[in-house]
Design a binder for this molecule. Structure first.
Ligand code: NAD
Length: 488
């Protein structure tokens, strides 16, 4: 941290040298990152177990596997992403050509969160490298083993003149935010997102904010028992099986029809038991709460007097082992903190409505979530959910799946953030799309120059309108009865 300003100056110089713009450099760094994930896989598993009690299968699914897949895609598509793209020009620009060139932004800052310590740090870094930037990564201090593995790992596998990891918490983060950056990519809470945005204002730095919010799941009264059971299993894993609900795209609460509620609760209880055993505290398949502060935050949500009688399953908290039991609550009051704040843990409120269509109003009058999950085969309901609600993504009949799709933009809207990444969207997020136009000297139309006269207006009008015959007639001083006018 003491040498921060000098280090950043050197990184800017390195960027200016053009090294990071070379395709071979980008490729070598992406391969370095992939080697880090493969060769240090065992250490990554251990670090995730140490900081979050995450099982290897979950760690591979959400972090290593997803990242290697993203790296393979970036390596495969790098040449194409870097290549300039032809663009059309209007007829007024006769004898011209145009291109869009993606250029790197320069020196970028990535601040990440603790719940997917590798995924949320390296997924944006892949985009920053592929786009040819120099980058500083600041992982979260709340997953310290993962943070220090990232710092030592990236030091060994990547070009340290261009990529650095700076460890620390809010203090270090604030120092970083005082510097000038060409882009800040932030993953975390809306509270800190606001701090990041106000720091970015000083240098008009572009920002991507990956925030959270309450992601609802709507469960329709599915007529087939197979479908209902599959839906319930997917909800259970989309909540408790995703870092024990400590994920911004984990299901926050479920909406069901009142008449269906008790059946759903019974099925949920059955599947919690099947997935995590009679005593989930001994299960290795459910992650632990990241620290005592978050554990007490969750405990407070549960011990809220207004909420206690809503608990129908689970509810125990083991402070020593940082464990909160998978818990279901039915109809906690809507003004209780569990229903106003993001839960970010293994507590699942179920809210009942008379008709499943009522869920649309429930969702649309609350802050826009990062993800909306709807379990239904009803095509009309699906269409209404898409058109009458707003969220970062909508998934029908599953949860979390969108995170693994490189072909889809991942990002929020409204309170859940702005900007997007994953796949080519990551490359674009860290690039400037530069417009290039090349014009020939061969033709030069006199009517584009002042002094302005009425017939020059006519000539301009026909040339904007792609009316070549009109243009010829206008040049000859003849007026053509025009069918196609710019201002009809
Ligand atoms: P957080 O906002 O507390 O911390 C995120 C990062 O900001 C960390 O690196 C932290 O060190 C840094 N930070 C903390 N205080 C700071 C300050 N005052 N100034 C500058 N930097 C500061 O969030 P968190 O606890 O890591 O994560 C929980 C929240 O993040 C939840 O709301 C969750 O929904 C959201 N989240 C969103 C995504 C997403 O992809 N959209 C992913 C993970 C978490």
């Amino acid at each position: 941290m003491e040498t921060l300003e000098r280090d950043l100056k050197n990184m800017r110089e390195y960027f200016k040298s053009g090294k990071t713009k070379e395709e071979s450099w980008r490729e070598s760094q992406l391969k370095g990152l992939r080697r880090f994930l493969m060769e240090r896989q065992g250490d990554i598993f251990k670090a995730l177990m140490q900081d979050l009690g995450k099982h290897q299968v979950e760690s591979f699914r959400d972090e290593i596997g997803t990242l290697v897949k993203s790296l393979n895609l970036a390596l495969k598509c790098l040449k194409d992403w870097m290549s300039s793209k032809k663009a059309q020009l209007p007829s007024i620009a006769l004898l011209s050509s145009a291109q869009i060139v993606s250029e790197p932004l320069g020196l970028v800052l990535i601040i990440s969160s603790w719940n997917l310590p590798f995924g949320l740090s390296l997924e944006p870094l892949i985009g920053a490298i592929a786009a040819g930037n120099t980058a500083v990564l600041k992982p979260s201090e709340l997953s310290p083993t993962c943070s220090s593995l990232l710092a030592s790992g990236l030091l060994t596998y990547l070009d340290n003149k261009a990529i650095k990891v700076i460890e620390g918490g809010p203090e270090e983060s604030e120092k970083l935010l005082q510097q000038r950056w060409d882009k800040i990519f932030f993953t975390g809470s809306a509270r800190v997102g606001r701090i990041v945005m106000s720091a970015a204002v000083k240098h008009l730095t572009p920002v991507t904010l990956e925030l959270g919010g309450k992601c609802p799941a709507v469960l329709d009264s599915l007529s087939s028992s197979w479908d209902l059971e599959v839906a319930v299993k997917r909800i259970i894993v989309g909540k408790y099986g995703t870092c024990s609900g400590q994920a911004r795209i984990a299901i926050d609460y479920v909406i069901v029809e009142r008449s269906n509620c008790s059946k759903v609760v019974e099925l949920m209880k059955m599947w919690i038991k099947k997935m995590f055993g009679d005593n989930p505290k001994h299960s290795k398949s459910i992650a632990r709460i990241v620290n005592k502060q978050h554990l007490f935050r969750l405990k407070n949500l549960l011990t809220d007097k207004k909420v206690q009688k809503s608990v129908v399953c689970g509810g125990s908290v083991d402070e020593e082992n940082l464990f909160v039991e998978p818990t279901i609550l039915v109809n906690p009051p809507l003004d209780a903190t569990i229903m106003t704040d993001e839960v970010f843990g293994p507590l699942l409120p179920i809210i009942t409505v008379e008709k499943i269509e009522d869920s649309i109003e429930f969702i649309s009058c609350r802050p826009k979530p990062l993800a909306l999950y709807v379990f239904t085969k009803n095509q009309t309901l699906q269409k209404r959910m898409i058109s009458e609600t707003s969220s970062g993504s909508v998934v029908f009949n599953d949860a979390i799946l969108q995170y693994a799709a490189d072909s889809l933009p991942f990002g929020g809207v409204g309170e859940s953030g702005f900007g997007m990444y994953h796949g080519k969207f990551s490359f674009d997020t860290f690039s400037h799309q530069k417009a290039i136009v090349r014009r020939s000297f061969f033709t030069d139309f006199w009517y584009r120059y002042p002094p302005w006269k009425p017939h020059k207006f006519q000539l301009l009008e026909v040339s904007y309108n792609l009316d070549y015959l009109g243009l010829v007639l206008a040049v000859l001083g003849l007026k053509r009865p025009s069918k196609r006018h710019l201002f009809p």
